[in-house]
Design a protein around this ligand. Structure first.
Ligand SMILES: [Mg+2]
Length: 238
């Protein structure tokens, strides 16, 4: 039977785009106030990003380090801010990360997590840099891991294996819920973990596209999807 439920965060428990846009807007306002002359994002943000990633390929999943390095280069361009570059970047990153945690949960998320946390151990396994501990739902999770914590992003198995080891459970005793067919569903199911694809497309046509154990479009459907997986497990045992 299922013991552990793992969750992706961005676009699974909340839409990520509004949170990042909000955080970047706050960053822009902050920089305009404390470091005049630095416009964020700069016209060549993509080039800056590529340059930093070429030097630090692992920043592709160390998103806080990536943004910090980009900001650092940006601040360095303004001679008048050279001396306080570290300070400017530190403060700017605090503004960004705080704003990045201003997420709006999908409807039904909190209720589903509350219900499921009474029966199952819940954990978060994310490639992103949201800090779920800062959110109202943070207390529902017994384990919160990011790609940075384990040194490798999904679809690599490290995050899943770390969760299995932490809870001392078998892959078939775990369900993973995520929105990405490759990073979430395919990666977890390759390890024998049950999967629930949280998608916005029609579930019946989706089943042909992504072979998840269950497909949901709404988090209110999550407890019953878990129950169906448990039913199948007990039927197979009989
Ligand atoms: Mg996601």
């Amino acid at each position: 039977m299922i013991k552990v439920i793992g969750f992706d965060l961005d676009n699974t428990l909340w839409p990520v785009k509004p949170a990042i846009l909000h955080a970047e807007q706050q960053l822009k306002i902050h920089l305009a106030a404390v470091a005049p002359g630095i416009d964020y994002p700069p016209d060549d943000i993509q080039d800056l990003r590529d340059t930093v990633l070429a030097e630090h390929p692992d920043y592709s999943f160390r998103l806080t380090d990536l943004r910090r390095a980009i900001l650092h280069r940006l601040v360095q361009r303004e001679p008048k801010h050279h001396d306080q570059a570290e300070d400017v970047v530190d403060r700017a990153m605090k503004v960004f990360l705080k704003a990045r945690n201003h997420v709006t949960l999908y409807s039904g998320a909190e209720a589903a997590l509350r219900t499921l946390s009474q029966t199952y151990a819940l954990c978060t396994l994310t490639n992103g840099n949201a800090d779920v501990g800062q959110l109202s739902i943070g207390g529902f999770f017994q384990l919160k891991l990011s790609a940075e914590d384990v040194g490798a992003p999904k679809p690599k198995p490290d995050l899943f294996l770390a969760a299995l080891a932490h809870f001392q459970c078998q892959p078939e005793e775990m369900v993973y819920v995520g929105d990405d067919p490759i990073l979430d569903v395919d990666a977890a199911s390759k390890l024998g973990i049950h999967t629930i694809w949280k998608t916005t497309i029609d579930a019946r046509s989706a089943a042909d596209v992504v072979p998840a154990s269950e497909i949901i479009v709404d988090l209110t459907a999550l407890p019953s999807a878990i129950a169906r997986i448990n039913d199948r497990i007990s039927t197979e045992r009989e």
